[in-house]
Design a protein around this ligand. Structure first.
Ligand code: FO1
Length: 315
């Protein structure tokens, strides 16, 4: 069964890793959000792409989920000592990725080409592709004005109240060839438990799969099963600010709000066992209730197996 997984950072990377443990490598393509990308210290940083790749390669920091395991911090400490910006913690090994990516991009390579080359070097057999080769930058509209995504997320610790989002560059952004081909060949799409607003919406917009900003009923009718795994459990986000964003936008944070967010795109929705009581209220497709917390590698594989079984029942 050929699967396209749509992923943001840590939550998305964990389920992608679970899927990678079950599916043959040629059957999994992960299309990754690049709205979180930014230019920092003269480098092009792609946090979600790196998180997915490091996780699939077994190189990710197990405590944070982002960055590298067994990291050292010599460069950032010395930048700090010189009075440079230290709010975005770039480790020494991680910096090598950003330096080399920036060099190859400056040579004229596309982000998808560089990602392919890195995946090969890291021994990743699955296909990982950015959603687009043209830059898309998420801008968060807050009560303090517009903030670039990492400025809001890391520098300001998601403290300003969110009023909305926009994605600079999204109008002209085409999906990568890898994303297009994988979508064409896929039997189903799995939306990983990533932030719907800032991780998944940009991907859906670029792939033209999005019903989200359109009025009910006007979404693009995609002819393959689409299954989303809720990143919200018991009204709280496992990691990151999705629940806070829902609340600030006047929507009660819950798994149901996530399902509503994706509207008529969904064929199936995966709810955590803690939210079992919500399953009757879900009217837009089939429901799978299972344990969705991924605290270990075995949890990731078990959830992936459950999701794939569920997807299989929808084909
Ligand atoms: N997240 C933080 O909360 N603080 C950091 O200093 C930080 C550094 C960082 C470095 C490289 C990288 O690939 C990711 C990093 N992240 C950091 C995570 C990242 O910015 C966010 O988790 C994602 O953009 C949200 O998906």
């Amino acid at each position: 069964m050929k699967i396209v997984a749509l992923a943001g950072g840590v939550g998305g990377a964990k389920l992608a890793h679970g899927l990678a443990q079950i599916l043959p490598p040629e059957d999994l393509t992960v299309i990754v959000n690049t709205g979180d990308d930014f230019e920092h210290l003269g480098l092009t940083i792609c946090p979600d792409l790196d998180t997915v790749c490091y996780t699939l390669a077994g190189l990710a920091n197990p405590e944070t989920g982002w960055g590298r395991q067994n990291e050292t911090w010599n460069v950032i400490s010395n930048i700090e000592r010189l009075g440079g910006p230290n709010w975005f913690r770039l480790g020494d090994q991680d910096l090598a990725t950003h330096l080399e990516r920036t060099r190859r991009l400056k040579e004229g390579k596309s982000l998808s080409q560089v990602t392919r080359e890195f995946c090969e070097a890291w021994g990743i057999k699955q296909t990982v592709t950015p959603m687009s080769d043209s830059p898309v930058r998420t801008i968060v509209d807050t009560d303090e004005g517009e903030l670039a995504f990492q400025e809001y997320f890391v520098h300001r610790h998601c403290e300003p109240r969110v009023k909305g989002f926009r994605f600079d560059g999204i109008e002209g952004a085409q999906p990568t060839v890898g994303a297009d081909e994988a979508l064409e060949a896929a039997d189903a799409v799995v939306i990983c438990p990533s932030n719907p607003w800032v991780s998944i919406d940009p991907i859906l917009r670029v792939l033209a799969l999005t019903p989200s900003p359109l009025p009910e009923g006007e979404g693009h009718k995609f002819d393959k099963p689409v299954v989303a795994v809720s990143p919200i459990i018991g009204g709280k986000t496992v990691k990151g600010p999705a629940a806070k964003m829902y609340a600030e936008l006047g929507i009660e944070p819950s798994a149901l709000a996530v399902a509503e967010h994706y509207r008529n795109l969904l064929t199936g929705f995966v709810l955590d066992s803690q939210d079992r009581q919500l399953s009757d209220k879900f009217k837009k497709g089939k429901i799978l209730v299972t344990d969705t917390l991924m605290n270990s590698s075995a949890d990731r594989a078990r959830l992936a197996k459950d999701v794939l079984h569920f997807v299989g029942s929808l084909l």
